[in-house]
Design a protein around this ligand. Structure first.
Ligand SMILES: NC(=O)c1ccc[n+]([C@@H]2O[C@H](COP(=O)([O-])OP(=O)(O)OC[C@H]3O[C@@H](n4cnc5c(N)ncnc54)[C@H](OP(=O)(O)O)[C@@H]3O)[C@@H](O)[C@H]2O)c1
Length: 345
């Protein structure tokens, strides 16, 4: 067996490199589990962080610097268990997610995970297929929580998913359709059939139809596509709508580009402008800037959806760390299919 190692991103920025480095012996806390990683996925945030994105805000929580281990989600098997890391035992197959922080990411051959953010791998589920889900699902969950959406609230509502063919969009379509919502998705023409197959009732080619040409009848709008479309998406909400959530807000980029003071002032101004537009739709209409956060509730819901075979994302490539650069490029290109690293292959 190879010694423990991590894929380290050196000098995040235009000249970043990805190198495999030996890992120090991990120390296990009471509620933690040591996992030997079978598969760990690459999300768009990893490709952006490799370019230096988010360095100010993430630096504040110890996730910046000149040598970072990226990645949040993974699947593998348990090799050691802290005294209170119930209900896991050595040999269990699991999948899970790491928060972004000082301890570094999931692109490792062996990692330490909080038992709250692990779930048993369903029997017969490919570990790689599980490893592409938790980060994106926890983010989607934050979007839903920000708007107060659950299965009861979504039923019979009209929801516009902008960026429907990306990982967030695909998961949103699957969950919202499953909960009885009427989903309209925007994407490129090449991905229209994919969005339809996942449950979108209407699919709009974003290169042919302007957002302002869509009906202004939506109860919810979700922006997973582009910040520059945020204001136009809000105009498509009906009066008295539930609200709008966006994962593509400029929180990190403004701080990166303009520093703390100027960046915060610019963010405040943009937030206020958007909130005002949203509030014109109704005093109860909500507006949410979404930030990924691991959530036991999200992971429970994901586990249930997996049990019912109601959620999946396709994987285009599975590669060892030595081919990581190609896999990062694939994700940076915005493909509907994810790429997965196999650290112990
Ligand atoms: N705030 C957070 O904590 C958080 C967490 C997760 C993700 N995110 C961000 O949310 C976004 C979506 O994530 P994801 O994982 O779904 O990404 P993804 O899998 O890379 O998919 C993004 C999709 O958006 C579409 N797109 C690209 N440019 C667009 C544009 N200008 N306007 C509208 N659609 C566009 C593309 O599909 P088509 O070509 O088919 O249109 C692309 O496949 C990313 O920017 C990601 O960084 C933020």
């Amino acid at each position: 067996m190879k010694p423990d190692h991590a894929l380290v991103c050196l000098q995040p920025g235009p000249h970043a490199s990805l190198v495999s480095q030996a890992l120090p012996q991990p120390r296990l806390g009471r509620h933690q589990v040591l996992v030997r990683v079978t598969a760990t996925s690459i999300n768009p945030i990893d490709t952006k962080r490799a370019q230096g994105y988010g360095r100010r805000l993430l630096g504040l929580i110890g996730a910046g610097g000149n040598a970072v281990v990226l990645g949040n989600d993974f699947a593998g098997h348990v090799v050691a268990v802290g005294p209170q890391a119930t209900p896991y035992k050595v040999g269990d197959q699991v999948y899970g997610v790491l928060p972004t922080g000082r301890a570094g990411g999931a692109h490792k051959s062996t990692l330490v995970a909080d038992a709250r953010y692990l779930r048993p791998l369903p029997k017969d589920l490919d570990p790689a297929a599980a490893s592409v889900l938790p980060y994106t699902f926890c983010t989607l969950w934050q979007a839903f929580s920000g708007l107060g959406l659950d299965a009861n609230r979504v039923k019979d509502q009209h929801i516009l998913v902008h960026g429907g063919s990306g990982a967030l969009g695909q998961m949103a379509i699957q969950v919202l359709a499953q909960w009885g919502g009427h989903v309209t998705a925007t994407c490129s023409a090449a991905h229209a059939d994919l969005c339809r197959s996942l449950g979108a009732e209407t699919v709009v080619d974003r290169h042919q139809t302007r957002i302002t040409e869509l009906p202004a009848h939506f109860d919810v709008t979700l922006n997973f596509g582009s910040w520059s479309d945020d204001a136009q998406l809000v105009t498509r909400l009906r009066h008295g709508a539930i609200g709008h959530a966006t994962t593509v807000h400029p929180l990190m980029s403004e701080l990166d580009q303009h520093g703390w003071l100027r960046g915060l002032l610019r963010l405040l101004s943009q937030w206020r402008h958007m909130r005002k537009l949203v509030k014109e739709k109704g005093p109860q209409t909500r507006y949410a800037w979404v930030l990924f956060k691991p959530s036991p509730d999200a992971l429970d819901t994901l586990a249930e959806l997996l049990r019912q075979d109601h959620i999946h994302l396709d994987i285009a490539m599975r590669v060892p760390f030595s081919k990581a650069r190609r896999a990062f490029q694939h994700v940076a290109n915005g493909s509907p299919q994810r790429a997965v690293l196999l650290p112990n292959a």
